[in-house]
Write a protein that binds this ligand. Structure first.
Ligand code: ZN
Length: 134
């Protein structure tokens, strides 16, 4: 994903995209969001929802090291995969919803799409237009 889009997500969601307790970068902080720009909206919404859960828990007094933390976001076999170092009530549902939406969204351009197998045997969600070009 384009680094400007990734920076937007990190800046808006500093709790869940934080470093580890010993100051190391998580995989997502090192590598960025490992999928196409077409899924930006779903990952943005997912991040804002989990950040809001984290903010709520923090207001209730939970220490920062216990708050939900995203460690990796990637595409794998056409699915959106979100790995968490720490989770919390409600987070799994948010991730599930984003995964269902991404499965029907072209990973390249964000238009409605479906899973396809490319000539090089990759499974990827594409719209008709992008499928013709790839
Ligand atoms: Zn497309």
């Amino acid at each position: 994903m384009n680094s400007q889009l990734i920076m937007q997500i990190f800046e808006e969601c500093p709790l869940i995209y934080r470093r580890t307790a010993d100051g190391a970068e998580t995989i997502v902080l090192r590598r960025g969001v490992e999928c196409g720009d077409g899924w930006f909206e779903h990952i943005h919404q997912l991040s804002l929802s989990i950040e809001s859960i984290a903010q709520h828990l923090q207001r209730e007094g939970m220490p920062i090291c216990m708050l939900p933390q995203v460690s990796q976001v990637k595409e794998k076999f056409g699915d959106l995969c979100v790995y968490l170092e720490k989770s919390a009530a409600g987070v799994a549902e948010v991730v599930d919803l984003a995964r269902q939406r991404a499965a029907k969204t072209c990973e390249l351009c964000g238009q409605p799409g479906k899973k396809r197998i490319t000539s090089s045997e990759w499974v990827i969600v594409l719209c008709d237009n992008c499928a013709d070009l790839n």
